[in-house]
Design a protein around this ligand. Structure first.
Ligand SMILES: [Ca+2]
Length: 225
């Protein structure tokens, strides 16, 4: 009886370790983030990039009390300048190794040139100290094929062949927030862009690792006995 109870307890821990892993890689499970930007075009707020929706142009999102909600972050009329958006992890320090950027809104408003930065500040904001991402590579998320952008430091230039679904891989970092900087006219067509949604391949450092190790060890121990 005791053995069964213990087994059940550690099985629960094992399941929880999976939940706490918060693997939000390349899907729309983005509730573990908050978003802020230096500038938000009217009805195109930073929060639209983490709302779990990927609505297209011509179909304003229906939200009670919000008459003209468009799904994505845009920066007009300041698309001729650089802009920044910050995604902070609600879990705090998080191990991150990849992200997905979706530009579903409109094929004419795809972001093609941007840079990626991270911070370890405990209270991250757009003025925190940021470190450039390294080891960057891109895959077309729709086809799974490697892309060939011009990468200079953490600056990624896909203007020769922009895509609507970027999987961006980089050297793993422990971060509290990730910042994306756009460049002047870094959207296709008129220079503006609409970034529909973002997600990260992330694992909060301590929860998942410890829960997984302890629960797996105990499961194996109890199974042997
Ligand atoms: Ca969205």
């Amino acid at each position: 009886m005791i053995k069964k109870t213990l087994f059940a307890i550690f099985l629960l821990f094992f399941v929880l370790s999976g939940i706490y892993a918060e693997s939000i890689a390349f899907n729309l499970h983005t509730t573990a983030l908050s978003a802020a930007a230096n500038w938000e075009q009217t009805s195109f707020s930073a929060a639209e990039t983490i709302n779990g929706e990927i609505a297209a142009d011509g179909s304003a999102v229906v939200r009670p009390g919000v008459p003209d909600a468009w799904d994505g972050w845009a920066v007009a009329p300041y698309h001729t300048s650089s802009n920044s958006i910050l995604w902070s992890f609600k879990a705090g320090m998080t191990s991150v190794s990849a992200m997905q950027l979706l530009n579903v809104y409109n094929p004419n408003e795809i972001i093609h040139t941007f840079s990626l930065w991270y911070t370890t500040d405990s209270n991250p904001n757009l003025n925190s100290n940021f470190i450039a991402m390294t080891g960057i590579s891109l895959v077309n998320g729709n086809t799974g094929t490697a892309m060939n952008p011009v990468i200079t430091g953490s600056k990624i230039d896909t203007s020769a062949s922009p895509e609507r679904n970027y999987h961006v891989f980089f050297s793993s970092v422990n971060a509290t927030a990730i910042r994306l900087n756009s460049y002047p006219n870094s959207g296709t067509w008129n220079g503006n862009f609409v970034l529909s949604e973002v997600s990260f391949q992330s694992v909060p450092e301590w929860e998942s690792g410890w829960l997984l190790c302890i629960s797996l060890g105990m499961l194996l121990f109890l199974k042997k006995k």
